[in-house]
Design a protein around this ligand. Structure first.
Ligand SMILES: Nc1nc2c(c(=O)[nH]1)N(C=O)[C@@H](CNc1ccc(C(=O)N[C@@H](CCC(=O)O)C(=O)O)cc1)CN2
Ligand SMILES: Nc1ncnc2c1ncn2[C@@H]1O[C@H](COP(=O)(O)OP(=O)(O)OP(=O)(O)O)[C@@H](O)[C@H]1O
Length: 203
């Protein structure tokens, strides 16, 4: 029997995913709160953020670092905020919808809060400036492991191929760093990853 390298890599990825999801779920509410504040401060200092108007974030789930304090700051600055919504017809794809304090929200099939679909609020991906990208694990080369749906890999494939479209910034907890991720050809390395205490930039 032969086992392909790709199969081994897939298995490693799913073990890592479980392990790191577990680690972040164990963070206390105080640790989560502090991390969210630190992350927001770091993001605020980035030129890339200061010079952007249309910024996509996400609603935290599963122990993810919480972008909420950053969202509040973006609103104060008069910037426009967008959230991912599972595409109603095209499996594995995301739409991005405008988000403000009175956006009607629903819970999607993964239990994540998202704006109720309303075509008037849909922002074409090419018109976003930055996509703050959730991740489960990342390494020093900017490789990212997500929740496993391939949603952000698809969203960022234009960036990957042509360096066109919104600039992706990975965000996560310090504990989501691993030395080297087993990667797959469709993975999109991120040019910048921010955690409360570190910043990883493309060399
Ligand atoms: N906050 C947040 N929103 C996001 C993402 C994310 O990573 N974080 N996504 C990033 O892609 C998309 C949703 N992707 C997801 C993919 C899988 C699972 C998940 O929980 N999977 C289950 C099993 C699958 C199932 O129930 O059908 C699991 O692994 O336990 C959740 C979100 C869009 N919105
Ligand atoms: N650009 C793409 N085009 C087609 N299929 C893709 C693309 N990117 C990823 N996929 C598919 O999506 C599936 C999930 O990929 P992967 O395990 O890398 O997800 P992930 O990066 O962890 O998740 P996410 O991006 O949603 O956070 C894979 O089986 C892969 O075949």
């Amino acid at each position: 029997m032969t086992i392909s390298l790709s199969a081994i890599s897939q298995q490693l990825r799913s073990q890592l995913r479980q392990q790191i999801r577990h680690a972040r779920q164990q963070l206390s509410p105080q640790q989560q709160h502090h991390a969210a504040q630190q992350l927001s401060l770091r993001l605020q200092t980035l030129d890339r953020i200061q010079h952007s108007q249309h910024i996509a974030v996400y609603i935290a789930n599963d122990g993810e670092i919480d972008p909420q304090p950053f969202i509040e700051w973006l609103w104060q600055q008069g910037k426009s905020v967008y959230l991912p919504v599972l595409h109603p017809f095209t499996k594995g794809h995301l739409l991005f919808l405008h988000y403000d304090t009175d956006t009607p929200m629903i819970t999607n099939r993964y239990g994540i809060s998202e704006p109720k679909l309303d075509v008037r609020r849909v922002k074409p991906i090419a018109q976003l400036d930055v996509i703050c990208t959730p991740l489960v694990a990342f390494d020093g080369l900017g490789q990212r492991l997500g929740m496993g749906g391939g949603y952000y890999d698809r969203t960022l494939s234009q960036w990957h191929q042509h360096r066109r479209g919104p600039y992706p910034i990975g965000i996560g907890h310090d504990c989501q760093y691993i030395a080297q991720l087993p990667n797959q050809h469709w993975d999109v390395p991120l040019p910048l990853i921010i955690t409360p205490n570190y910043q990883f930039t493309e060399s």
